[in-house]
Design a protein around this ligand. Structure first.
Ligand SMILES: Cc1ncc(COP(=O)(O)O)c(C=O)c1O
Length: 434
C-alpha cells in the first residue's frame, strides 16, 4: 500500500508477493512455485540463494559490514584485481590491467563512465543507439534511445547523439544480412563526421543488446566501432550490465567480437542481485589520467564491503561451476527448443539472441509489424495483459517489454527445468494469444 512500483500506473499494478527462492525457482506467498525464466531482470545468473554467495556475504557481515569508499578493505583489493584481469582481457598473465570504480548499480556505473570519459577527453558528446537501455537516472536514461526516455523530455542530459540500430530483422535501409552493404556502420561514420569527431567523448553500446530486443550486431560492427574510436580519439564503452558475467557464454559479450573496449560497465550478474552493486572498469590509460588529477566522483556506498564479498563469491562460482562452458553448450539447445516449439506460430516473427540472453519478437500474424504498437491501443494492452496472465497461470515468470518476450533463465538452470520452461512458454504464448 505504501511503496511505489517502477514504470507502471500504480492502480493497475498487481504485484506478486514472493517469500522464498531456491535456484531457478521462486515461491509466492500463497505457496505456488514459479520458474524464473528471465532471472528476474537478467540478474540472478547463479539462481536464487546460491550457498557459496550467501556464505561469502555472511562472512563479510560478521567481520566488517561498512567503511566509506575512501578506505580500503581486503575484499575490495582482491575483487579489484580479479575484475581488472577479467575486464582487461589479460587473463592471468601480466599486462596493463586498468582499474575498477565501484558503484551501487548499473545506471550509476553508466553515469560515472560518461563522466570519466568526458574528463579524460575534455569533450562532451556521447554517441549511443536509439534502441538501447542504459538505466533510469537522467544521464543514463538520456543515453537510452528507447521510448522510456520520453518521460524526461525537455530535461535530458545535453550532448547525446544517437544512431540507428543494426536491426537486421527490419533493416532501416531495407537490406538483408549478410549480403548487405553494412549501411549501419557507414551511417555511424557519417554521423561522427557531421557531429565533429573531436567533439565526441565516447561511444556507448550494450556489449550484446538486451532489453532493447537482443538485436544482434553484425560480426564486423564492434571492430568497426573500435576502428572509429581509435581514429578519432573517442573512448569506447561497452555496457555489459545485462550481457556480462557469462550470460552470453563469456565474461563479457564484447570480448567475443575480438574487441577490447576502453571501459566496461557492469552490474546485475556481478553480485547476482544479492547486494546492489555496479562497477566501471577503465583501461590503464584512463586510470593513469587520474593519477595526478582528482577523480571528481564518489558514492557513500561505493565499494561496499558486502557488495565486494558478494561479487568475489560470484566470480569464484562462475569459475568453479564452469558457467561459461555451460552457457556455450546449453544456449544453442535452448534456442533450438524455442524454434521447435514456436517457429511455426504465426505471431512469432523472430527468435534471436546469444547464450542465455534470448528474445522472441511477436508480430501481427503473417506480417513483420510489431504485435503491439508504441502507442498501445486498449485492445493491444488487453492482449498483452492476457499474455502475461497466461505465463503466470503456467507457473512461469518471464520479462516482457513492448512486443518482446525475453528468455534468459539463470545460467545454472537444470536441463529438465529448461525443457519444462520452454513447454510452459509455448503453452503461455498459444493460450495468451489465442
Ligand atoms: C544494458 C543496461 N545498462 C544499464 C542498466 C541499468 O542498470 P540498473 O537498473 O542497475 O541501474 C540496465 C538495466 O536493465 C541495462 O540492461
Amino acid at each position: 500500500m505504501h511503496t511505489l512500483f517502477p514504470w507502471v500506473a500504480q492502480a493497475s499494478h498487481v504485484p506478486l508477493t514472493f517469500v522464498s527462492g531456491a535456484g531457478s525457482w521462486l515461491t509466492a506467498e500463497e505457496g505456488k512455485t514459479y520458474l524464473d525464466f528471465s532471472s528476474q531482470l537478467m540478474v540472478t545468473n547463479l539462481g536464487h540463494q546460491h550457498p557459496h554467495v550467501l556464505a561469502g556475504i555472511a562472512a563479510q557481515l560478521q567481520t566488517l559490514s561498512f567503511v566509506q569508499p575512501a578506505h580500503l578493505t581486503p575484499i575490495r583489493e582482491k575483487l579489484g584485481e580479479r575484475l581488472s584481469r577479467i575486464a582487461s582481457g589479460v587473463g592471468d598473465g601480466q599486462g596493463d590491467l586498468g582499474k575498477v570504480f565501484f558503484t551501487t548499480g548499473g545506471a550509476e556505473a553508466i553515469e560515472n563512465a560518461i563522466k570519466m570519459a568526458r574528463m579524460v577527453t575534455g569533450r562532451q558528446k556521447i554517441l549511443t543507439r536509439y534502441r538501447a537501455y542504459h538505466g533510469a537516472t537522467t544521464g543514463a536514461l538520456t543515453l537510452s534511445g528507447d521510448a522510456r526516455r520520453h518521460a524526461i523530455a525537455g530535461s535530458e542530459m545535453p550532448g547525446v547523439i544517437r544512431v540507428e540500430d543494426p536491426y537486421c530483422y527490419r533493416c532501416p535501409w531495407g537490406q538483408t544480412f549478410p549480403t548487405c552493404d553494412r549501411l549501419c556502420i557507414s551511417h555511424i561514420e557519417r554521423i561522427i563526421d557531421f557531429e565533429g569527431p573531436t567533439s565526441i567523448a565516447a561511444i556507448v553500446m550494450e556489449g550484446a543488446s538486451g532489453s532493447s530486443g537482443c538485436i544482434p550486431y553484425p560480426p564486423d560492427y564492434w571492430p568497426a566501432l573500435r576502428r572509429l574510436a581509435d581514429a578519432n580519439g573517442i573512448v569506447l564503452i561497452s555496457d555489459e550490465v545485462m550481457s556480462g558475467f557469462c550470460r552470453t557464454g563469456s565474461w563479457f559479450a564484447v570480448h567475443q567480437t575480438g574487441v577490447q573496449p576502453d571501459m566496461i560497465v557492469m552490474a546485475k550478474g556481478l553480485t547476482c542481485g544479492t547486494v546492489p552493486m555496479g562497477a566501471v572498469w577503465v583501461s590503464e590509460q584512463t586510470a593513469t589520467f587520474f593519477e595526478d588529477k582528482p577523480l571528481q566522483a564518489g558514492l557513500t556506498y561505493g565499494a561496499h564491503p558486502l557488495g565486494c564479498a558478494a561479487a568475489m563469491a560470484c566470480l569464484e562460482t562462475y569459475v568453479v561451476e564452469a558457467i561459461n562452458a555451460r552457457v556455450q553448450r546449453l544456449g544453442p539447445l535452448l534456442r533450438q527448443a524455442l524454434h521447435a516449439g514456436l517457429g511455426g506460430h504465426p505471431a512469432v516473427g523472430d527468435i534471436r539472441g546469444k547464450g542465455f540472453l534470448l528474445c522472441i519478437e511477436l508480430v501481427k500474424p503473417g506480417t513483420q509489424e510489431p504485435l503491439f504498437s508504441r502507442q498501445m491501443t486498449a485492445d493491444e494492452r488487453a492482449l498483452q495483459q492476457r499474455l502475461a496472465a497466461a505465463f503466470l497461470a503456467a507457473g512461469l515468470i518471464v520479462f516482457m517489454r513492448l512486443h518482446y518476450v525475453f528468455v534468459a533463465p539463470p545460467l545454472v538452470i537444470s536441463e529438465a527445468d529448461m525443457a519444462h520452461g520452454v513447454s510452459r512458454l509455448v503453452r503461455g504464448i498459444c493460450e495468451g494469444l489465442g
